[in-house]
Write a protein that binds this ligand. Structure first.
Ligand code: ADP
Length: 485
C-alpha cells in the first residue's frame, strides 16, 4: 500500500490519543484487511478502555482554550485541514479503497465530500447567531446565546470511512467542542490519515483523537459512562443505535443518531424512464449497495414496469465488478463475508416467494467477497428485503397500481431516512414529496448527499441532522440570559 502513495506516512500504524501517536500499552493490535484481495494491509493498536479515557481527559483540557478562540481563528484551522485533505485526495482515496473496497473514483469522491464538510463548517463557525427576545416584564431583557456542548464522542461505520467522521468532527470543532472518535475496526486507516492531516493543519493537541479498538462495545460504554463526555454521535445500524441510546440515558447525554434506512425508489407512469434508470443505478449500486441511503425497494407503476425492468437490466449489465484499484471497476467487493451471506439470504428468500432473477443472482466468478449485481422482479411485501436493508447489490422490483397504494407501501416501515421518486406531473410531485415519511426525498434524482443540506432521518432512522447550518446545532447548547434592569 505504502509504495502506491505520494506520502507513505499517511498510512499510520499508531492511534492518535491526546495529540500523541501511540501503541496500546498492552502491545495489542488488530489487522486491517483489503476486502478485494483478502490480504492484511496494516496492523493498528487495539486500545483499552483506560486508554480511551486518556483521550477523553486530553479532550477536556483542550476544549476550553479552543472554544475561547475567535470563531474566525477556529475557521482558519479547519480551512487548512480542508486544503490538506484536498492536496492529498489521491493518497487518501487509495488508502480508502485498499481498506474498504469501493472503486477509486468513488473513494476520490468521498474524500472531496468529507473535506467539503470541513470547509463548510469552518465557514459556518463564523455564523452562529443568537437571538434577543423582548422582556416579559418592563424591567427585563432576554438574550439567547449558543455555546459548545463540550467534549463530544463519535462512533462511525466502515461504509464511508472518511465522510462519516468528517460530518461529525467538523461541526464539533467549528462549534468549539473537542472530539474523540472510534472508527470502525474494518476501516481505521482513513481515520488515522485524517488525524495526521489535522495535526499538520494546527488542530491543537488533544482536541481531536482517533482511538482504534477492536472491542466496540467496551469503547461505547466508556463514551456513555465517562462523565466528561456530554455528547454522543453515532452512525450505524438501528440495532446498535438503540443500545447506545439506552446506555446514554444514565447520563442524560445528548445524542445524534444516523441509523438504518430502507429507502423506497418509486417510478411513476409519467417518469422519464432513462433518467429513472440512471438514478436507480446511482443510488442502488453506489458503494455496491452499502449505504444507508441506497434504494432498497424499487416500486414501479404497472404501465411502465416491463419497460423499466428491461432498461435497468441493460444498465446493470454494463457495471464492471472487480478490485476497486483497477481501471474501469464500477463495483468493488462487499466489505466482509457476512455481507455476502446477507445478500444471498435476501435473494434466496425472494426466490422462494416468487421472485424471478432478471440478471445476476449469484456470487461473482471472481469469488471471495464479489457478488453479481442482481435484479429480481415480482418482488412482494412478504419478502425479507421489504423490511430489512440488504446493504448489497440486490435490486428487487415491486409493482404498484396507484399513488395511494405506493405511498402506503413506501411508508410501511420503521425507517425514514432517504426516499426517491420519478414523476413529471407537478401536483403529483408535490403530493408525494409531502406524503413520504422520510427525512430526505430525492425527486427525479438518485443523488441527494451534500454538505449544504440537513442530512438525517425520521422514525427509527435517527435523531439530529448532519450538514447545513442546522448541523451546528447538534454540537451547541442554547442558553438564555434574563437581565433585570
Ligand atoms: P454496520 O452495519 O454499519 O457495521 P453497526 O451498527 O454494526 O453497523 O456498526 C457501526 C459501528 O458501531 C461500528 O464501528 C461498530 O464497530 C460499532 N459498534 C457495534 N456494536 C457496538 C456497541 N455495542 N457499542 C458501540 N459501538 C458498537
Amino acid at each position: 500500500l505504502k509504495s502506491m502513495l505520494r506520502r507513505p506516512d499517511l498510512v499510520c500504524d499508531a492511534a492518535f490519543v491526546g495529540g500523541e501517536w501511540k501503541q496500546a500499552a498492552s502491545g495489542a493490535t488488530f489487522a486491517v484487511m483489503n476486502p478485494a484481495r483478502g490480504d492484511v494491509i496494516a496492523h493498528v493498536p487495539d486500545l483499552s478502555r483506560a486508554e480511551v479515557a486518556q483521550a477523553i481527559d486530553a479532550a477536556q483540557k483542550a476544549q476550553k482554550p479552543w472554544a475561547a478562540l475567535a470563531a474566525k481563528d477556529r475557521a482558519k484551522v479547519l480551512r487548512k485541514w480542508y486544503d490538506l485533505m484536498m492536496e492529498n485526495q489521491e493518497d487518501l482515496a487509495i488508502i480508502m479503497t485498499s481498506e474498504q473496497g469501493k472503486p477509486l473514483a468513488e473513494a476520490r469522491g468521498e474524500v472531496a465530500y468529507g473535506a467539503s464538510f470541513v470547509e463548510w463548517f469552518g465557514e459556518e463557525a463564523k455564523r452562529v447567531y443568537g437571538q434577543t427576545i423582548l422582556g416579559h416584564m418592563a424591567d427585563k431583557r432576554i438574550a439567547v446565546i449558543k455555546q459548545p456542548i463540550g467534549v463530544a464522542a463519535g462512533i462511525t461505520p466502515w461504509n464511508f470511512p472518511n465522510a462519516m467522521i468528517a460530518r461529525k468532527v467538523a461541526p464539533a470543532l467549528a462549534a468549539g467542542c473537542a472530539f474523540v472518535v472510534r472508527p470502525a475496526s474494518l476501516t481505521p486507516l482513513s481515520a488515522l490519515a485524517m488525524a495526521k492531516l489535522a495535526e499538520e493543519a494546527g488542530v491543537p493537541k488533544g482536541l481531536f483523537s482517533v482511538v482504534t479498538s477492536n472491542s466496540a462495545s467496551e469503547i461505547g460504554k466508556e463514551f456513555c459512562e465517562n462523565p466528561i463526555v456530554r455528547k454522543l454521535t453515532f452512525t450505524g445500524s438501528t440495532e446498535v443505535g438503540r443500545i447506545l441510546l439506552k446506555q446514554a440515558a444514565d447520563q442524560v447525554m445528548k445524542c445524534s443518531m444516523e441509523l438504518g434506512g430502507n429507502a423506497p425508489f418509486i417510478v411513476f407512469d409519467d417518469a422519464d424512464l432513462d433518467a429513472a434508470v440512471e438514478g436507480a443505478i446511482a443510488c442502488k449500486f453506489r458503494n455496491n449497495g452499502q449505504t444507508c441511503v441506497c434504494a432498497n425497494r424499487i416500486y414501479v407503476q404497472k404501465g411502465v414496469y416491463d419497460a423499466f425492468a428491461a432498461k435497468l437490466k441493460v444498465a446493470v449489465e454494463k457495471l464492471r465488478v472487480g478490485d476497486g484499484l483497477a481501471d474501469g471497476t464500477t463495483l468493488g467487493p462487499l466489505i466482509e463475508p457476512a455481507a455476502i451471506k446477507k445478500v444471498q439470504e435476501h435473494l434466496d428468500d425472494a426466490l422462494s416467494k416468487g421472485g424471478k432473477v432478471l440478471t445476476g443472482g449469484k456470487v461473482h466468478d471472481l469469488g471471495g467477497q464479489f457478488f453479481e449485481p442482481t435484479i429480481v422482479t415480482h418482488a412482494t411485501k412478504d419478502m425479507l428485503v421489504s423490511t430489512d436493508e440488504t446493504f448489497g447489490p440486490f435490486a428487487p422490483l415491486f409493482m404498484f397500481e396507484d399513488e395511494d397504494d405506493v405511498i402506503f407501501q413506501a411508508n410501511d416501515t420503521i425507517f425514514g431516512l432517504a426516499s426517491y421518486f420519478y414523476a413529471k406531473d407537478l401536483s403529483r410531485v408535490t403530493r408525494v414529496a409531502e406524503a413520504l415519511e422520510y427525512g430526505i426525498v430525492g425527486v427525479n434524482t438518485g443523488l441527494i448527499s451534500t454538505e449544504v443540506a440537513p442530512f438525517g432521518g425520521v422514525k427509527q432512522s435517527g435523531l439530529g441532522r448532519e450538514g447545513s447550518s442546522h448541523g451546528m446545532d447538534d454540537y451547541m447548547e442554547m442558553k438564555y440570559i434574563c437581565t433585570g434592569i
